[in-house]
Design a protein around this ligand. Structure first.
Ligand code: XIL
Length: 318
């Protein structure tokens, strides 16, 4: 049985993968990506980001998102949507627009409104805000923050609740929060404050971009998941990958497998961790080599689509 079949049996709602547009002409890749016994959930890796969705103010383009989402729906895979508000992959007109508060709020509302409505019946979950915090737990000084202050986060959640389906779960999503640390504590405070003030939020996404040698331990991931679950919000591992410092070796692959398995097992064993998504499953199309020079081979399948030790380790803990 594939990973998604095993994940369901283990009590998760889904086991999914991100899919990027660059590889959609590779039939071997596509047949695995949309095989719902392996992956029953899909996240568009890029197509729903601001720069692609609203490349000019008020001009919306669904092409890239639909290239991933339409085949996913056809294959009866569920779709996690990613993301409404982020400081990266924002169009220049937006980032360098010198907006007043009022203008930027109205741009935010319109963006969320149009995109949420377009994908109303598509997204069972939305990453509403992505990566708002620095590692030390302070707010990242993005163009959203500079103009709107920290209130931009709650505004985004209020708009998302207003325009998405009531069944859609709304997530705050970030990396480096898979342990209890200054950043994850700050996010837990944000969640607590939202709940106290009735700002809608349903979940926290732990991205799970790990380095092979320093991937968090099972207990560390469990503790971080628990700190959110005990506040009453769900969690998910939303972008799991474990990168290797090249050259690769059998020892490194074994260590990578541990990193994957610990994260998946922590989710399976948690009270309210609903699913795991890998940030692509095939080494050649991972974002890692482009973003972290000298690093690579971060996925479950190697260049020839062979299952790596990481694949078997994940399937063992499911
Ligand atoms: C990455 C994509 O995989 C790349 O193709 C793109 O060039 C940059 O973004 N955290 C996130 C994701 O939330 O959106 C990022 O995806 C990886 C880090």
């Amino acid at each position: 049985p594939g990973l998604a079949v095993l994940a369901k049996r283990a009590g998760l709602q889904y086991f999914g993968t991100a899919i990027d547009n660059v590889v959609l002409n590779n039939t071997r890749y596509v047949s695995i990506a949309h095989n719902r016994s392996e992956f029953d959930q899909v996240t568009p890796a890029n197509g729903q980001k601001f720069v692609h969705i609203e490349p000019q103010r008020g001009v919306f383009n669904w092409t890239l998102a639909n290239q991933v989402i339409k085949p996913a729906k056809k294959a009866r895979q569920s779709v996690r949507c990613h993301n409404f508000i982020w400081h990266t992959q924002a169009p220049e007109w937006l980032e360098f627009g010198n907006w007043t508060k009022k203008e930027l709020v109205s741009i935010m509302e319109n963006h969320i409104k149009v995109e949420a409505r377009y994908f109303y019946d598509t997204c069972f979950s939305w990453d509403v805000v992505n990566e708002s915090f620095n590692d030390d737990g302070t707010f990242r000084e993005t163009f959203w923050y500079k103009t709107l202050g920290k209130e931009y986060i709650e505004l985004a959640f209020k708009f998302a609740r207003k325009y998405t389906s009531p069944r859609t779960t709304l997530y705050y999503n970030d990396y480096g929060i898979e342990k209890v640390n200054n950043k994850s504590l700050a996010i837990a405070e944000l969640v607590k404050d939202f709940i106290k003030r009735d700002i809608p939020i349903d979940g926290v996404g732990l991205q799970g971009h790990f380095r092979m040698a320093t991937a968090p331990k099972y207990e560390e991931i469990s503790a971080s998941i628990a700190q959110f679950n005990k506040l009453g919000v769900e969690t998910a591992i939303t972008e799991l990958d474990v990168r290797i410092e090249l050259p690769d070796s059998p020892e490194k692959k074994a260590k990578q497998a541990e990193g994957y398995a610990n994260a998946v097992k922590a989710c399976v064993d948690a009270d309210d961790c609903v699913g795991v998504t890998v940030w692509d499953f095939w080494d050649p199309v991972s974002w890692v080599p482009y973003t972290f020079p000298g690093w690579g081979n971060a996925c479950l399948l190697d260049d020839d689509f062979n299952k790596k030790p990481a694949y078997y380790a994940v399937s063992d803990v499911l």
